[in-house]
Design a binder for this molecule. Structure first.
Ligand code: NAD
Ligand code: TYD
Length: 344
């Protein structure tokens, strides 16, 4: 795709990865423009991008990706060169509690964006997916792009379904779509329900942190800026119809992560509390990212210890942001999931 004067439509750009991606793109490309289309669910927060309020290269439009006429109208008005879709319901525990919204947004919303891209002849469509579509690994092996799709949570099943629609819209209608599947991201502006920001905000208040099961589940952590750089490469040089895995090459057990958080916050390890496991909890994720390294020349750059230390510092210094995003709606879920099910 051309790399000058690009007009991007980013769906879900008010969330964690979308807002970091927009910040990265506008920093890296002075002549690009971004329109951010987001429903502003509990996870979407305009404060994540308030530094761009005055930037004429950036615009926000509030809309639900499931609302086909509205999306059609926005895309017709904006005429983007590419659509990058981050919009999704994303928290596994919420999907266990109430899967319906996950199917609506992650499946039907994806179909609306694909259909709009098809009708309006958009030159690139990037679907931001996840390694969770591949299911769970034992102690050996890694997920490659050809691994079987074996999602285990309602969240993962909804993302897998979205990916299958992307494939069908490419094969049947020739929509120039690409899928990226990344491992667990960390960095600033992540909603404090996900492991790292959740635990840091609890530790700040000297509260115990609930580690599910035996704490030996493994995730491959990548800094959100490394994810943004990889998406940029896929956008510019990726091949339509292809899938690209993105990983951090950085496997850690939840106990290791928790111990690092104790160390970086200066809190005692006696605040580690083992609680009943998440149902269907995937044991291990690990990514084979040799395809994106080889074909697009991208590899993660942020050293994990350094990135995590800075991330922890960001949450400690941005207490106001954390308090503001934890609204009444969030507290209802927190109460139901952690208290009623014996995890608190
Ligand atoms: P997030 O929950 O922080 O943000 C999701 C954003 O989508 C929010 O701004 C929300 O308001 C918006 N949104 C939700 N439903 C919408 C709808 N119907 N219409 C318009 N906007 C809507 O999520 P995130 O962690 O930033 O994840 C972004 C994408 O990356 C998701 O597709 C997720 O599956 C994928 N992903 C996340 C990770 C991770 O570690 N967080 C890893 C791999 C892939
Ligand atoms: P999470 O951040 O929810 O990401 P995902 O499930 O999509 O990988 O969880 C990361 C890991 O941390 C996962 O193995 C579940 C575990 N976890 C806990 O042990 N306790 C918690 O309170 C949370 C939210 C997660």
């Amino acid at each position: 795709m051309k790399d000058n004067g690009v007009r991007l439509l980013v769906a879900g750009g008010a969330g964690f990865i979308g807002s970091n991606f927009i910040r990265y793109i506008l920093g890296a490309h002075a002549d690009w423009q971004v329109v951010n289309v987001d429903k502003l669910t509990y996870a979407g927060n305009l404060a994540n991008l308030k530094d761009f309020d005055e930037d004429e290269r950036y615009r926000f439009v509030r809309a639900d990706i499931c609302d086909a006429p509205r999306i059609e109208e926005i895309v017709a008005a904006e005429r983007p060169d590419a659509i990058v879709n981050f919009a999704a319901e994303t928290h596994v525990d919420r999907s266990i509690n109430d899967p319906t919204l996950f199917l609506k947004t992650n499946v039907l919303g994806t179909q609306v964006l694909l259909e709009t891209a098809r009708r309006q002849g958009i030159a690139r469509y990037i679907q931001i997916s996840t390694d969770e579509v591949y299911g769970s690994l034992g102690s050996e092996g890694k997920f490659s792009e050809g691994s079987s799709l074996r999602p285990n949570s309602p969240y993962a099943a909804s993302k897998t379904s979205g990916d299958l629609l992307v494939r069908a819209w490419f094969k049947t209608y020739g929509v120039p779509a690409i899928i990226t599947r990344c491992s667990n991201n960390y960095g600033p502006y992540q909603f404090p329900e996900k492991l790292i920001p959740f635990f840091v905000t609890l530790l700040r208040e000297n509260k115990p942190v609930p580690v599910y099961g035996d704490g030996m589940n493994v995730r491959d952590w990548i800094h959100v800026d490394d994810h943004s750089r990889a998406i940029e490469a896929v956008l510019l040089r990726g091949k339509p119809g292809e899938i690209y895995n993105i990983g951090g090459g950085n496997e850690r057990t939840n106990i290791e992560i928790t111990k690092m958080l104790f160390s970086f916050t200066g809190k005692p390890e006696l605040l580690m509390k083992f609680v009943p496991d998440r149902p269907g909890h995937d044991r291990r994720y690990a990514i084979d990212d040799s395809k994106i390294r080889r074909e697009l020349g991208v590899a993660p750059q942020v050293p994990f210890e350094e990135g995590l230390r800075e991330t922890v510092r960001w949450y400690l210094e941005n207490e106001e942001w954390c308090n503001a995003v934890r609204s009444g709606e969030y507290l209802k879920f927190y109460d139901q999931w952690y208290s009623r099910q014996g995890r608190a």
